[in-house]
Design a binder for this molecule. Structure first.
Ligand code: NAG
Ligand code: NAG
Length: 403
């Protein structure tokens, strides 16, 4: 065997060794999943190296690599797509070409990416919102809100809130032939967090006359207080969204200061004076018994009050919708909630489901035990996974019946 061939064999073996990662037993397409995850893992490793060398902030490096997924706003035979601005915030707007018989429905959509990453123009977001527009014959407004690490809470929230408020004005709704009784907010992951926060704040706003018909939350992040719930523990090494990455996303939402991140990583960021808030995220009382099994509820450990003084956002309801009072929850519209078994954020969703039910909010909760956080990114082209397609269809079919 020639030296080149030997080198090639060695390189292939190393590559296969690197690509291989253990998958959960219920993973339907383990090899395809590993291949799809490989570029994500490579990007994360490159970004970590760039940061260690002092070249770039981790999230800026991830952003630069992920920008490859950007696609231009391109209309097709069914939907007119434009990049424009609502209330000074960039949005990608999807308007069906087909003239409506009456008025149309509308979805205001917030993409995921941990408040740091993602874009309405990424291939997977564009595909999801385009499908929604086409299959529901609905206007879809996909918001490019400001991102960390350049912008911190509440910038992300303020952007999605002002777009929603702008769009809900009767003159804007009628311009797009939208029925004011059939508008919703929706989002995945960090976008689900923003959608939940917007839906909570709108009824408190005397300037907003139009009510949302519903909210759709896809594997949302809903609380910052307890980052040690059973789902955080069980999925802490998830290749797509590890506990360490989720902690990083949460802390970057408020500040680049690594001391908040470190405190969050050891779940010692909540100051003792905020201990009363813990009952709102108490998984020992809010989770179904089978999800708590093998997880004794620990005595909470508190952190220095300095962090909460400097970065009060992490104790705010606009960042952590699970902190809403029962009175606030009662004003919420019909809710669609999608949760996944393999997800550090599973318990955020399950606890919100329990609190919404207790508040009497009509709730459609679909739990996909075999699915993983972010599965709905994998819905188009060669990167399509059956599980992603199934989640997408469940979400769109539910919207079609209820919006
Ligand atoms: C347009 O809509 C039709 C009917 O829903 C669908 O079959 C077709 O694939 C759509 N075209 C695009 C480009 O999405
Ligand atoms: C959490 O709930 C459990 C069981 O209902 C209770 O014993 C515990 O005191 C609660 N802890 C907090 C911090 O709310």
């Amino acid at each position: 065997m020639g030296a080149k061939l030997r080198l090639l064999c060695l390189a292939s073996a190393l590559l296969a060794y690197w690509i291989y990662i253990p998958m959960s037993e219920d993973c339907e397409q383990p090899w395809k999943m590993m291949l799809i995850l490989a570029p994500f893992r490579a990007a994360a490793q490159l970004a970590a190296i760039a940061e260690q060398l002092g070249l770039m902030h981790y999230m800026e490096a991830m952003k630069a690599i992920m920008a490859l997924q950007h696609v231009a706003a391109t209309s097709d035979e069914n939907v007119t797509v434009t990049d424009t601005e609502f209330s000074g915030v960039p949005v990608r707007l999807f308007v069906p070409r087909k003239e409506p018989e009456g008025l149309r429905r509308a979805v205001i959509y917030f993409h995921g990416g941990g408040w740091c990453l993602g874009d309405a123009g990424f291939k997977s977001s564009d595909y999801l919102t385009r499908q929604t527009s086409n299959r529901l014959n609905a206007v879809v407004v996909s918001v490019n809100y400001r991102l960390a690490p350049k912008h911190h809470f509440p910038a992300q929230f303020e952007d999605v809130y002002s777009v929603t408020k702008f769009f809900l004005q009767s003159k804007v709704l009628s311009q797009y032939k939208v029925d004011p009784n059939r508008v919703c907010v929706a989002g995945d992951s960090a976008g689900g967090n923003l959608a939940a926060a917007v839906a909570q704040q709108l009824p408190e706003d005397p300037e907003v006359k139009t009510k949302l018909k519903l909210q759709a939350l896809l594997y949302p992040a809903l609380q910052t207080l307890d980052l040690n719930s059973p789902s955080y523990e069980e999925n802490k090494d998830d290749p797509l969204l590890s506990k360490a990455l989720m902690v990083r996303f949460w802390s970057e939402y408020f500040t680049p200061d690594a001391s908040l991140r470190e405190a969050m990583a050891s779940n010692r960021h909540v100051p003792a004076h905020a201990s009363h808030l813990l009952q709102l995220v108490n998984w020992s009382s809010l989770l179904p018994a089978e999800m708590r099994q093998g997880h004794p509820y620990p005595t909470p450990s508190f952190g220095s009050p300095r962090l909460a003084e400097q970065y009060p956002g992490f104790l705010e309801v606009r960042a952590a919708p699970l902190l809403a009072s029962a009175a606030q929850l009662r004003r919420l519209p019909l809710t669609y909630l999608l949760t996944c078994g393999h997800d550090v954020l599973r318990d955020d969703g399950l606890m919100y489901a329990a609190r919404l039910r207790a508040a009497g909010v009509p709730l459609a909760h679909q739990h996909f035990q075999e699915a993983f956080h972010g599965a709905m990114i994998f819905i188009s082209g060669s990167g399509e996974l059956a599980v992603g397609r199934r989640l997408l269809n469940s979400y769109i079919e539910w919207l079609d019946e209820n919006l």
